[in-house]
Design a protein around this ligand. Sequence first.
Ligand code: MF3
Ligand code: CO
Ligand code: CO
Length: 272
Amino acid sequence: MEKNSRMIKDPAALVAIREGGKKLGEILAECAAMVAPGISTKALDDRAEFLIRQCGGRPAFLGYTISTKDPAYPASLCVSVNEEVVHGIPRVDHIIQDGDVVGLDIGMEWPFTPDGPKGYYTDTAISVIAGTPRAEDEKILAATYESLCRGIKAATVGNEIKDISKAVEKYLTPLGYGIVRDLVGHGVGYAVHEAPQVPNFTDRFQPSIRLLPGMVLALEPMVTIGSADVYTEKDGWTVSTEDHSRSAHFEHTIIISPTGPEIVTLRPGEKI
Ligand code: MF3
Ligand code: CO
Ligand code: CO
């Protein structure tokens, strides 16, 4: 099946995904370390773009369109603050304030050779708190990260996509958090977004898709303190919570392998 075979990446692709993913994890860690009250969201994006190009990659989100009628995404790093869940657009006049919850999401095509063969895509995100944290914000960040870890641990050969969804949902729901349903995790590697979808919740319409060695997935729970309902702002990209409650988002690109999930976008010192 054409579509199925695209889900399984060839060995050369996996080598580049591993290498690009490692670099991307380092870049995201560096950007996250810059988050502090007083910095503009644009300064974070500038640094992300510089680091991506410096390591021989191309910012995968810059100029990206989900559908042809939507505007192209204008930056390299999505910076989503407080009630912004994902796809926040960096701005020079958006200054991070003390206690802000800041989501950073980055994607890279690597290696990038202008006019040459295409590179391979990885995608990763983190949420951090600027300055003085509120206890409830620390809690949602920890819970969202833990839900990602549970999802990753369920991503074993023989399991299905459903089992990832179930593991994330089962952890978050008893804690009373909202799980965003309008956006989901996804296949990645040959493009920013590929089949299959990886929801962070279960429903009876979810198809049965077995996890096979060589599949590359981006797992990315998006979690809210209040209602999980979101809307897209007038800029055409920023996705915010309807009730303006704060949210958190973590994401890793993983390779499904016979020896267990391999996290390619691990940050320096991160252990799961
Ligand atoms: N990083 C998002 C994801 O995790 C996609 C961002 S698309 C952009 O799937 F254009 F907004 F950057
Ligand atoms: Co992402
Ligand atoms: Co993603």
